[in-house]
Design a protein around this ligand. Structure first.
Ligand code: AMP
Length: 302
């Protein structure tokens, strides 16, 4: 099975109580692909500028990631800067420089068009739509992320792509904004009427909640003494989740629940260090050990 992702590949400037980085590799599609590649074959679609070197590209090498859909365009790579205080769930965006991302028009290489699973990371809903339009036939599963900016500025376009989405992965504030409902269960019901049949609400260090017709499943955030940099946690979660589903081939309730755990595991590795510093060094046995730890964390008897 293969998993197609479209989204940002970026340079980030990061500031947290544990330090700072002026320019480190980031971007939603980068975190997603590295996390997902532990479980399945990833087809990456994105764009970078002339400042993106072979060394930057090496993050994708030696993994199951096909970067033939990573376009090199004249200009500079997308740049994002953010700062976090003591609360890792609260961040301030200091800069968003679209650069080559401003004229990005995703083009799928022919061999990407039959990917069975698709993840549309946080970009303009029209670009997300154009990716689905280039697919040959209907993928088995489409997952989607979005943000407050698109909910406010492109509501009609977002609704159009939501109709073709099965799994929506957003945070609690976005869930409330999209549904106009404060209560998350009522919000989920509203979101199901827009298209998705599964809603995953990402709650940062508090973990994530999955709501679908079978009920609710919650996974905690892995307890860590120090969270050095929360950037990319959501995308790594999505990568672990979608990657596991893609690798598992079937989609029973048990598989979905395990995918939630692997999502949380991948997010927890990312936040241990800045940028991709930790995620790119993780070994499969560490991932499985942490998943077993989750099973212990949540086990109880009645
Ligand atoms: P996350 O912390 O999982 O929400 O994702 C952080 C990553 O998203 C960073 O590495 C940024 O480069 C990237 N990012 C931030 N803002 C945007 C945006 N407007 N569009 C696409 N990617 C973004």
């Amino acid at each position: 099975m293969s998993l197609l992702v479209v989204g940002s590949v970026a340079f980030d400037a990061l500031e947290t109580p544990f330090g700072k980085r002026d320019r480190t590799l980031g971007g939603a599609a980068t975190y997603f692909s590295v996390a997902a590649s532990f479980f399945t074959h990833v087809n990456l679609v994105g764009v970078v500028g002339e400042d993106f070197t072979k060394q930057d590209e090496s993050v994708f090498q030696g993994r199951h990631i096909d970067i033939s859909g990573l376009e090199h365009a004249p200009g500079k790579t997308f740049f994002w800067a953010g700062r976090y205080g003591q609360d890792p769930n609260e961040r301030v965006t200091l800069a968003t420089e679209l650069n080559v991302f401003a004229n990005f028009n995703p083009k799928l290489p022919p061999h990407f068009r039959e990917s069975q699973h698709v993840f549309l990371a946080n970009i303009h809903p029209n670009l997300q739509f154009s990716v689905l339009d280039q697919m040959k036939g209907r993928p088995l599963l489409v997952g989607l992320d979005t943000m407050n900016y698109w909910i406010e500025s492109a509501p009609a376009e977002l609704r159009k792509i939501l109709r073709r989405t099965q799994v929506l992965m957003i945070n609690d504030a976005e869930t409330r904004m999209l549904s106009n409902e404060h209560n998350l269960l009522r919000a989920a019901r509203h979101i199901f009427s827009l298209g998705p049949r599964t809603l995953i609400i990402k709650r940062g260090e508090h973990g994530a909640m999955m709501v679908d017709s079978k009920g609710i499943f919650m996974v905690p955030g892995f307890p860590l003494e120090e969270v050095h940099d929360p950037t990319g946690a959501g995308d790594s979660f999505a990568g672990g989740f979608m990657g596991y589903l893609s690798g598992a081939k079937t989609m029973s309730d048990a598989v979905l629940r395990r995918a939630m755990v692997y999502g949380s595991v991948m997010g927890s590795f990312t936040v241990e260090r800045f940028g991709l510093e930790r995620l790119r060094k993780v070994k499969r046995r560490e991932i499985d050990a942490r998943a077993r730890h989750f099973a212990k964390l949540t086990k109880f008897q009645l």
